[in-house]
Structure formats: C-alpha cells, structure tokens
Design a protein around this ligand. Structure first.
Ligand SMILES: *[C@@H]1O[C@H](CO)[C@@H](O)[C@H](O)[C@H]1NC(C)=O
Ligand SMILES: *[C@@H]1O[C@H](CO)[C@@H](O)[C@H](O)[C@H]1NC(C)=O
Ligand SMILES: [Cu+2]
Length: 165
C-alpha cells in the first residue's frame, strides 16, 4: 500500500512539473548582463531579441545601474526615426506585454537611441509550440484540459501500479 501511494505520488509530481513547464512565464533581462544602456554597437538589442521567443505572460526587465536612461514605448515609426516622446517609464522597468503583437522601446536621453539603445520584439500566443492547442484557446483552458488528461492517466495507471506492487 505504501509503495502504491509512493508511485502515485511520483506520478503527481511528474505531472505538476510538466504542467509548470507548460505554463511558466519567463522574466527576460533586456540585454542580459549589459542591461539597458548605450550598447557597443547599433545591432546589439536587435541581435539580443532575435535569439529569444517571447510568449504572452513573459516579462521584460529593463535595468541600468550606470548613467541616465529612459524606457519609452513608441510606435514603429518613432522607433525607426528615434523620435523623442515625452512619456516614459521610470526605473527599474518590468514590462509585461498585455497582448500578442509587436512592441517598440527606445531610450529618449541624448542620442542613445541613434547609438542603438532601442528594442523591438514580437510576442506570440502562449505555449503554441509546446501544448499544441489552437491559438484561440486561453492558457487557463489549455492547462485545465491538460490536467484532466493527466488525471485520467494517473487514474488509469493506478490499478496497474497496484497490481505490480
Ligand atoms: C536587474 O535588477 C534585478 C533586481 O533589482 C537584479 O537582480 C539584476 O541583477 C539586474 N540585472 C542587471 C542586468 O542589472
Ligand atoms: C556587437 O557587440 C556585441 C557585444 O560586444 C558583439 O557580440 C557583436 O558581435 C557585435 N556586433 C557587431 C555587428 O559588431
Ligand atoms: Cu539611454
């Protein structure tokens, strides 16, 4: 009996780890260890973003410890032309994209944007690559249908485990 419970416990732990992996949000440090600053070259942040896939629910943290910078969310046109907008967010900035789509950020201080302190990225539907659910399905319903499936797997396998034990 004890070993049966132990095996079921293992199943439950494995299932919760799988579920957590499917629904976990990632916090990205913009620019990694460099943070949010004037980069060594103008392609630094586009290269940084191109190595990532952002999903809805992920967060982006703009950090800097040296110098004066801002984090301004702008249109693509203002991103392209480095137009200085007056509204920006203070520091530290943790941005949570509210929906899928493209986002553009610049620093409005001095000529930092022209020097490459600008970030463009696209946010995709959550876990469309791992769960395989239709894009219209919400993360909650995707997770709960997965839980029901997992519960079935545990219930169905329990008699087998009991038989073996
Ligand atoms: C950003 O801020 C967080 C929390 O203050 C800190 O743990 C992290 O090391 C910082 N990252 C950078 C790149 O400065
Ligand atoms: C830009 O700077 C980064 C960090 O120093 C470097 O890894 C990258 O190769 C540079 N890119 C170009 C195009 O010079
Ligand atoms: Cu700046």
């Amino acid at each position: 009996m004890g070993s049966r419970m132990g095996l079921i416990g293992c199943f439950v732990i494995v299932v919760s780890v799988l579920l957590r992996g499917a629904t976990a949000a990632t916090v990205y440090e913009v620019g990694d260890s460099l943070g949010w600053t004037v980069p060594p070259n103008t392609t630094y942040y586009s290269t940084w973003a191109s190595t990532k896939t952002f999903f809805l629910g992920d967060k982006l943290s703009f950090n800097w410890t040296m110098g004066t910078h801002t984090v301004a969310e702008v249109s693509k046109a203002d991103y392209d032309s480095c137009t200085k907008v007056s509204s920006y967010i203070g520091s530290p900035v943790i941005f949570t994209p509210p929906s899928t789509g493209s986002y553009y950020f610049i620093c409005t201080v001095s000529d930092h944007c022209q020097l490459g302190q600008k970030l463009a990225f696209t946010v995709s539907a959550p876990n469309s690559n791992t769960v395989g659910s239709p894009p219209t399905e919400s993360p909650t319903s995707a997770a709960s249908s997965l839980s029901v499936g997992a519960l079935f797997a545990v219930l169905l396998s329990a008699p087998v485990i009991y038989f073996l034990a």
